[in-house]
Design a protein around this ligand. Structure first.
Ligand code: AKB
Length: 312
């Protein structure tokens, strides 16, 4: 069967790179990208302007393309979510419900929806956070991702919808800017290390968070979407990680390439409290067992790749 794929929210950090990978795999015309605005750099292949909260237009897009797979990436992230809590809840939850309903109505074969380490909270175990544990998220983004996971599992159990999901940690990439999250510092630091030789970090030196290089995130997402359905025993969302680091360890690694690099820290940023409520490291053994997840980048390899690409 020829796949017909729709990506909703394709202009963002994940969408931009996922669209390229899916077009390479399935062919340009088989992947429709969509967002609320045209992309800054137009890419070849079909594109639609869509707001996932506009049910009428969304349904028209499903009617037009009759998708076999849908990737819903439109979301408000953690830091911006705290500034606009109701808007974040509305987009993250009602956008998801609109897509799940249409996916059932149009017999879509597979749906992908990203969750996040933000589903965990201050009472979740900090190190090697397991798939199942206490989850008490205290950001609107985390609340919406946790509720979204419950909805995904519900649609799978109740309507047989093949919905698949990953709890992404912080994603590090050089092609597209991050979109208003707490882990964004781990990208800004590279840009400023190269342009100014210094960076002021909004998280403290010892704030350890789980992270993943975008190339691995895209490979992992494709791997999960290709896995046989009966191998997947988690229909909420899979824990996933690459490696964990603090701003201080990241800076030390950058200094191996730019010895004069200077990192200092800003006190009192609201993103610190968000980071403090999240895990420091993640246990992703279910993803490894069920669909063969294995990241290929470690911290040193990621830093080298980021600097090489951003220099060009
Ligand atoms: C954020 O910082 O909000 C995101 C995430 C970890 O989901 N990058």
């Amino acid at each position: 069967m020829k796949e017909r794929i729709i990506i909703i929210g394709s202009n963002g950090q994940i969408g931009t790179e996922l669209a390229t990978a899916l077009r390479l795999k399935y062919g340009q015309e088989h992947v429709v990208t969509s967002d609320i605005k045209p992309p800054a750099i137009p890419s070849p292949g079909p594109f639609e302007i869509i707001n996932v909260l506009d049910k009428t237009l969304l349904k028209a897009m499903f009617e037009k393309y009759q998708p076999t797979q849908v990737y819903l990436l439109a979301a408000v992230l953690s830091a911006v979510g705290e500034q606009h809590p109701k808007m974040a809840w509305d987009l993250n939850i009602n956008g998801l419900l609109n897509v799940l309903d249409l996916a059932v109505a149009f017999n879509v074969s597979k749906v992908f929806w990203p969750s996040s380490i933000a589903v965990f909270g201050p009472h979740s175990p900090k190190e090697n956070t397991p798939q199942y544990c206490i989850m008490d998220p205290n950001t609107v983004y985390g609340l919406s991702k946790q509720a979204g996971e419950r909805w995904c599992e519900y649609y799978h159990n109740k309507y047989g919808l093949d919905v698949r999901s990953i709890r992404y940690p912080g994603l590090i990439s050089w092609k597209t800017a991050p979109g208003g999250g707490t882990t964004d510092y781990a990208i800004h630091i590279f840009h400023e290390a190269l342009s100014k030789g210094s960076y002021t970090c909004f998280l403290s030196a010892d704030t350890k968070l789980p992270m993943l290089y975008m190339e691995d995130a895209i490979q992992g997402t494709l791997q999960l979407m290709e896995a046989p359905a009966d191998h997947l025993h988690i229909r909420s969302s899979y824990n996933l990680t690459g490696f964990s680091f603090t701003p201080a360890t990241l800076a030390a690694e950058i200094k191996n390439h730019i010895p004069t690099f200077v990192l200092d820290y800003l006190d009192g940023d609201p993103r610190q409290a968000i980071a403090d409520s999240w895990p420091s490291s993640i246990d992703d053994q279910d993803a490894r067992k069920d669909w063969g997840w294995k990241p290929s980048y470690d911290l040193a390899h990621m830093v080298q790749d980021m600097l090489t690409n951003l220099k060009q």
